[in-house]
Design a protein around this ligand. Structure first.
Ligand code: FES
Length: 158
């Protein structure tokens, strides 16, 4: 039984004409898989490799190069929350923000709540330094975030 659904396979295949080579689709394929499965299992890497005419090791190399992708032992929660700890954010309370969220949720950076709702992580510059300190919730960047606002955001996530 394949790990990748037919829909997911079709999505990956639909990227092929948009890229100069099948190998170039590796990264978007990994994103698609992680988005759906909340991690990238070994079998998924094999299946991606098969779809893209690659050796599984090539897919694994790409996956392991980026800290962004998770293996099944470190599966992501439904929502991924990043707190920026790069210079501008650090100078404007980013570290305190992260510490406060860790204290209140009982998580360490990289961990996921027991209910699988939220994974908390630190990020390097989110590209919104003018709004430091910043927090990225899934795809949405929040600026000038206070610890209280951050906790409120987490509470609002379903
Ligand atoms: S340093 Fe945090 S967004 Fe740039």
């Amino acid at each position: 039984m394949p790990v990748l659904s037919e829909t997911l396979r079709d999505k990956i295949k639909s990227y092929i004409p948009r890229y100069p080579s099948k190998q170039a689709v590796t990264l978007p394929a990994l994103h698609l898989v992680q988005e759906e499965l909340r991690c990238v299992p070994l079998e998924a890497m094999r299946e991606i490799a098969e779809l893209l005419d690659l050796h599984p090791a090539q897919v694994q190399d790409t996956m392991s190069f980026y800290g962004y992708f998770r293996d099944p032992d470190h599966k992501l929660g439904k929502h991924r929350v990043w707190i920026c700890r790069s210079l501008s954010c650090m100078l404007r309370g980013g570290e305190e923000l992260l510490r406060s969220l860790c204290d209140k949720t009982g998580l360490k950076p990289g961990e996921t709540t027991r209910d699988g709702r939220v994974t908390l992580e630190f990020a390097e510059c989110l590209g919104a330094c003018e709004g430091a300190p910043c927090m990225l919730v899934d795809e949405e960047c929040h600026m000038h975030v206070t610890p209280a606002q951050a906790m409120l955001k987490l509470a609002e996530l379903e």
